[in-house]
Ligand binder design. Structure first.
Ligand SMILES: [Zn+2]
Length: 416
């Protein structure tokens, strides 16, 4: 049995509490232990308390981790990311600085389709190598659990290839990875806009193989005018449910097309993006207990100004989640601290609400509350030490690394 004692945290941010998502004023209750410590055994948290208390109960053979007056937080849970793709879109990024819009670039064959072409041409080994590089940056920013979507293959063979890569990098990275099938991310160029024919491929061929191979826990879809409309999205999501997959959805990013209401109707775990969602959509999410996943990095990186209505959602009692949306086109960042900064400055989400949204609430959205999301006895010893003495500094300082060390199941995964 290996015992580890973490001592001298200026703040041990536990988020201890009821085993359910936090809503309303609860989102500001972080249950911080000043000068805190933790006892861990075999990768599981055994006790939390003041550093002095913990120090008194440390067995002689325990390994000590001195937090040195720094902040200790649960590992971040990033509940929305697209980490497997080939190449990047830095050329398009530059074109956008010169005035081209994301939509114009997509119409000229760029955007998602350019990443699809490169990803189809890449081998599994190449995709694995690139993904592992991306994953290590998540860890370096303090993330310990990551949801990972397919969606840059858009053919039976290439979607399965990406899901296999997700499975193999999960075994090689310290991150715990939750796989999501996003075959309905876009309509591939060779289908020439024939949504119905492509939806049939997703439903009749992709979904059965994904489910039979146990390659995904969730099915996601890009529900938007010109991509997958409400009726088509409903068909695909119902088919996914019949294969035992739970649901996440990209909705209301570019237009308010009623996606939030569809998420409520089909019982999705999450409705993600929601930049255009109105009061009716918020009420529908509330009635059906769907968790909103807000992605301010994609609004920022696209140079847009319309952020989702996080304050209205928190005030309505929704269990808000914040995530990076890491992807090569609209949100090339793995940094949850950057997301906390954007949430605070652009969406008026307090640092405490931001921390709750990226730990406990995100863990609930991935159906993993029993294991992760807070620092409490019985949970996995997934935690990060940040080089600050007040957790609010994570949202206050931006664009600089503050991670000191990251542990997954009590094992060091990163250290400066
Ligand atoms: Zn996304």
């Amino acid at each position: 049995m290996k015992t580890l004692a973490v001592l001298h945290a200026s703040q041990l941010v536990t988020l201890a509490g009821a085993p359910r998502p936090r809503v309303g004023p609860e989102m500001r209750e972080l249950r911080i232990v000043a000068n805190g410590g933790m006892l861990l055994r075999d990768g599981i948290i055994v006790a939390t308390g003041s550093s002095d208390e913990i120090a008194r109960s440390v067995p002689a053979d325990a390994e000590l981790v001195d937090a040195g007056g720094r902040v200790v937080l649960p590992g971040f849970v990033d509940a929305h990311a697209h980490p497997v793709f080939a190449g990047n879109r830095v050329d398009e990024f530059e074109m956008r600085t010169l005035g081209a819009s994301y939509e114009e670039i997509a119409a000229a064959g760029g955007g998602i389709q350019s990443t699809v072409r490169k990803t189809r041409a890449a081998t599994e080994a190449e995709l694995e190598q690139q993904a592992l590089t991306h994953l290590q940056r998540f860890v370096a920013c303090g993330t310990t659990t990551l949801e990972a979507k397919s969606g840059y293959g858009l053919s039976v063979e290439d979607e399965l290839k990406i899901l296999r890569v997700i499975r193999s990098v999960a075994a090689r990275s310290p991150l715990e990875i939750v796989p999501t099938f996003l075959g309905a991310h876009a309509i591939p160029a060779e289908f020439d806009g024939d949504v119905e024919r492509y939806a049939a491929l997703v439903i009749d061929e992709m979904l059965p193989l994904v489910a039979a191979g146990g390659l995904a826990e969730y099915c996601d879809i890009f529900c938007e005018q010109g991509y997958f409309d409400i009726a088509t999205a409903r068909q695909i999501l119902e088919a996914a449910k019949s294969h035992g997959l739970a649901l996440r959805m990209h909705v209301d990013q570019l237009t308010n097309s009623g996606g939030a209401s569809l998420a409520a109707e089909v019982g999705a775990a999450t409705a993600d993006h929601l930049e255009q969602t109105d009061a009716d959509g918020i009420a529908a999410l509330k009635r059906a207990n769907v968790q909103p996943v807000l992605l301010p990095g994609s609004v920022y990186a696209l140079g847009k100004t319309r952020y989702p209505r996080a304050r209205d959602m928190i005030d309505a009692g929704l269990a808000v989640v914040l995530s990076t949306d890491f992807n090569p086109g609209s949100s090339p960042t793995q940094s949850i601290p950057m997301v906390l900064s954007l949430a605070a400055t652009q969406m008026k989400v307090t640092p405490a609400e931001g921390v709750t949204s990226t730990t406990v609430n995100a863990a609930c959205s991935l159906n993993r509350f029993d294991e992760i999301g807070s620092l409490e006895p019985g949970k996995l010893a997934n935690f990060s030490i940040f080089d600050c003495d007040d957790y609010r500094e994570l949202a206050y300082f931006f664009g600089i690394p503050q991670t000191h060390a990251v542990y997954v199941c009590g094992v060091e995964a990163f250290r400066v």
